[in-house]
Design a protein around this ligand. Sequence first.
Ligand SMILES: Nc1ncnc2c1ncn2[C@@H]1O[C@H](COP(=O)(O)OP(=O)(O)OP(=O)(O)O)[C@@H](O)[C@H]1O
Length: 235
Amino acid sequence: MSNELCIEVSNVTKSYGNINALNGLTFSIACGGKFALLGPNGAGKSTTLKLLMGFLKPDRGSVRIKGLPPCSVEVRKITGYLPENAQPYRTMTVRDNLQYIAALRGVDMNQVYEIVDLLDLRKYWNYKASQLSQGNLQKLSIALAIMHKPSILLMDEPLNYLDIPTQESVISILSKISSTMLVSTHIMSVAGRLTDNVIMINKGQVVWMGTFEDIKRMGTEDEPIESIVAKLMRG
Ligand SMILES: Nc1ncnc2c1ncn2[C@@H]1O[C@H](COP(=O)(O)OP(=O)(O)OP(=O)(O)O)[C@@H](O)[C@H]1O
């Protein structure tokens, strides 16, 4: 991890009508950092990722990626985003989705074929996205999010819908990416294998930050990590 900050969230509040999703959220991630974003349902994880992508604007506070606003062209070029329940272009084939985004991002198709083979997507090349199973749709969405080897990768539940062999392939692919990573997930084994650090939020605020090693040290001998995390989330 370097000293340069890649992600800075400062005192952010965000409401949807009268629902306060984020309440003074503050954290930062140094470039190269691998962080899990944990929190109970409705804690504000997806909202945080959407703000970091510039799809939502904070009501108050600021969000910066490498010191720049998230919606700037420079930031768009270096970020990759896998939303929860991602929706590629449903009437386009797997091939057309990949070729289209590769063209927009200036990615060589050979780089795309590599990812397609790692994800075992080649046999669905001519399927429309709307014809894919949820798992294969997730694989296509992962390929679309990482094809340009983003230096900052934001993912919301990346292993949703994937069978176990594919989960292993995806973990192996993502582990080799040297991006700064922020991964929202409820699955501790996923968080622990993809990241070293944890930002825990509840009710739109950070309630705990530390490493997975810190979490393990807090538990009794043989206590499952899920049990320790549940206690931390409850406060
Ligand atoms: N588009 C929206 N309109 C209204 N309220 C919303 C909207 N999106 C999120 N919320 C509310 O904002 C709060 C935070 O939601 P968010 O989806 O960010 O939480 P989360 O931590 O990702 O939850 P989960 O783990 O259940 O996916 C919740 O109370 C949610 O109901």
